[in-house]
Each structure stands twice: as structure tokens, then as C-alpha cells.
Design a protein around this ligand. Structure first.
Ligand SMILES: [Zn+2]
Length: 105
């Protein structure tokens, strides 16, 4: 699904920032594959949505032949198809590291 041409806003309730990132995971049932979207968010809300996506992924049960990758951070671009979105692994690692530090503190 191509992105709608209008401005997309952060999914956080009360947040008025435009969405810059998409939290999504590659899903496949062995025949078709697509990006399963967990949320769209701004820079500020990114850690919250990213961690929420990872939490939801943990509780997700898969049927045989079904695969679902761990949710990642994708840069949202207007008019770009899911398959061409750029993944920001560096941001994922930074947020993941922050999370570990907080957990052990
Ligand atoms: Zn936000």
C-alpha cells in the first residue's frame, strides 16, 4: 500500500507532531509477505512505539509457515512503498541499549 499523499501524524494520543517513523515487522505466511505496521510516530515518541511493537511481537502466536520478524524502525516517506522504506537499525540499537541500561539500573 503506498502512503497517502496527505500529512500523517504521530499515533500518540495528544501528540501533534508529524509522523517520521514507522514501526513495522516483516510478516509472511509463506506465500505473501508484507510489512505489519505497529505504529507511526514522531522522533519524540519513537522509543515508546518501538518498545510497544517489540512487546506486541512477543505475545504474537504464529501458525505453521507463518513468520514474523522482530519489529524495526523504518523511515516514513510519502508515496513510497513499504518494500522500499529505509530501516534504521542504528536507532533500533540505540533505543535497545537505553532500555537495557534502564532495566539494570
Ligand atoms: Zn509523537
Amino acid at each position: 500500500m503506498p502512503m497517502p499523499p496527505y500529512q500523517v501524524y504521530c499515533y500518540t494520543k495528544g501528540c501533534k507532531h508529524p509522523a517520521l517513523y514507522k514501526i513495522a515487522a516483516k510478516w509472511s505466511d509463506g506465500v505473501v509477505s508484507e510489512l505489519k505496521t505497529y505504529g507511526l510516530c514522531c522522533e519524540e515518541c519513537l522509543p515508546k512505539w518501538f518498545l510497544r511493537g517489540r512487546e506486541q511481537r512477543k505475545g504474537c502466536r504464529l501458525i505453521p509457515n507463518e513468520t514474523l520478524e522482530v519489529p524495526g524502525i523504518y523511515v516514513l516517506k510519502h508515496g513510497q512503498r513499504d518494500q522500499t522504506l529505509v530501516r534504521r537499525v542504528d536507532l533500533e540499537e540505540r533505543i535497545g541499549t537505553t532500555m537495557d541500561t534502564e532495566a539494570s539500573a
